[in-house]
Design a protein around this ligand. Structure first.
Ligand code: KMT
Ligand code: NI
Length: 196
């Protein structure tokens, strides 16, 4: 996982938009973002690599993931999303443009990257875009109320498992006056101010 400020150039979102130096992963926690690594394998998923780690479990299913990633233990629903021209056809460009509109959610956004790669951009406390490069095995949890956006990279392919802590609700609340006034946003800002 590589983290850096987005260069804010308006060119294609799928380009790296890199700036240097890169940022340490420690900048994520004060924004309420959690990160973990959990390489997928072929028991549940079709894209397979050997697991890494000292004592890897022999397989990964939702229950194992819950054990490995303690903050996922309360989940009780999940689905898998594939973002690619092949899986989305004509809707592809429109869909990736939609993901790239700055938004937040009423609930956490929890993603386990099973295959491929992409970028999550999140706003830091100074409203700068921080780009988080994700790839296979990354588990990323964005808190409710944080402004963010997502794009695939130039390879145009990502497959991710989405977890729901409650009733699945994918509604994106786009940045604007209304969203700014919402309880979820206010709660996020207050938690961020007090260091989570
Ligand atoms: C979102 O709401 O930003 C997303 O679901 C991004 C796509 S998940 C790889
Ligand atoms: Ni989102």
């Amino acid at each position: 996982m590589k983290i850096y400020y987005h260069d804010n150039e308006p060119s294609d979102s799928r380009l790296p938009h890199t700036t240097t130096p890169t940022l340490p992963a420690s900048i994520l926690a004060p924004l309420g973002i959690q990160y973990d690594l959990c390489p997928p394998n072929d028991v549940e998923e079709s894209s397979i690599r050997d697991k890494v780690g000292d004592q890897p479990p022999s397989s990964v299913n939702a229950a194992d993931l819950s054990r490995e990633v303690p903050h996922l233990s309360n989940h009780y629903a999940s689905d898998t999303i594939t973002i690619s021209p092949a899986s989305m056809g004509e809707a592809y460009e429109a869909q990736i443009n939609k993901f790239y509109q700055e938004h937040m959610h009423d609930d956490e956004e929890i993603r386990w990257i099973l295959e491929g790669s992409g970028y999550f951009d999140v706003r830091d406390a100074d409203d700068r875009w921080v780009r988080i490069e994700v790839q296979e095995g990354d588990v990323l949890i964005l808190p409710a109320g944080i402004y963010h956006r997502f794009t695939v990279d130039e390879k145009n392919y990502i497959r991710a498992k989405r977890f729901f802590r409650g009733k699945p609700n994918w509604m994106a609340l786009y940045r604007g006056e209304e969203t700014e006034k919402s309880d979820v946003r206010k709660e996020y800002l207050s938690k961020r101010a007090s260091g989570f």
